[in-house]
Design a protein around this ligand. Structure first.
Ligand code: TYD
Length: 207
């Protein structure tokens, strides 16, 4: 079987992390070898970079610095984990990938999108997902969920609501640009329903 690279994207609080393990289990039950990962992070080196990105004390971090850190974490993850496993025929499911950089640093912070695209190409060696699931939820609702579920609250969560709204609009634009790769799912529904919809999409594309 050939490898397949699936990414989950969406605004903060869209519920990606809840969906990823049940999806992985589902694909395993269909006989696929599945590996899950998340960004930023996923290797020892990338996790160290994640600490720098997230640290509340790093409030003076410039968006360009942040961009390059995300890309460095990703370059390591692609080389160390994603490419070798895809070559071995596994299904890789990643909680965020390159589209997060376009949505957050590009649409959110206003870093030039063409520049980001060139840098992404360099950092990933041109590796693109086969399928990207956009778990779509309003920025306001996402932030509310994020605050009420009591998870880790980091430097990036503290950005203003307007920023998160730009990110959500950015995701819609990215999905519209490549409709064959993206599938948008309304993530304001109960999580069991979201999982069912995800499985339907994956049934069509993977198994
Ligand atoms: P995380 O705690 O993993 O949250 P989430 O569950 O929302 O994924 O934090 C990741 C944060 O990093 C999230 O706010 C999105 C942001 N991010 C970027 O800004 N650019 C990127 O390239 C990536 C991968 C993430």
């Amino acid at each position: 079987m050939s490898g397949m690279f699936i990414t989950l994207e969406g605004p903060d609080g869209c519920g990606k992390s809840t969906q990823i393990n049940p999806l992985a289990d589902y694909l395993r039950s269909k006989g696929r070898m599945v590996f899950t990962t998340r960004e930023p992070g996923g290797t020892e080196i990338s996790d160290q970079v994640r600490q720098i990105i997230m640290a509340m004390k790093n409030t003076s971090m410039h968006p360009r610095t942040e961009l390059l850190l995300f890309l460095s974490a990703r370059a390591q993850l692609v080389e160390e984990v994603i490419r070798p496993r895809l070559a071995a025929g596994e299904v890789i499911i990643s909680d965020r990938y390159a589209d997060s950089t376009l949505a957050y640093q590009g649409y959110g912070h206003g870093v030039d999108l063409d520049v980001i695209r060139r840098l992404l190409d360099f950092a990933t060696g041109g590796l693109k997902p086969d399928l990207t699931l956009l778990l779509d939820v309003n920025a306001d609702e996402g932030l509310r969920r994020r605050q009420s579920c009591g998870g880790e609250w980091n430097r990036l969560d503290a950005y203003q609501l307007e920023f998160h709204r730009r990110v959500q609009v950015g995701y819609h634009k990215l999905a519209a640009l490549e409709p064959e790769r993206w599938v948008t799912i309304d993530a304001s529904q109960p999580s069991e329903m979201v999982q069912l919809l995800i499985r339907q999409v994956v049934d069509d594309r993977v198994v």
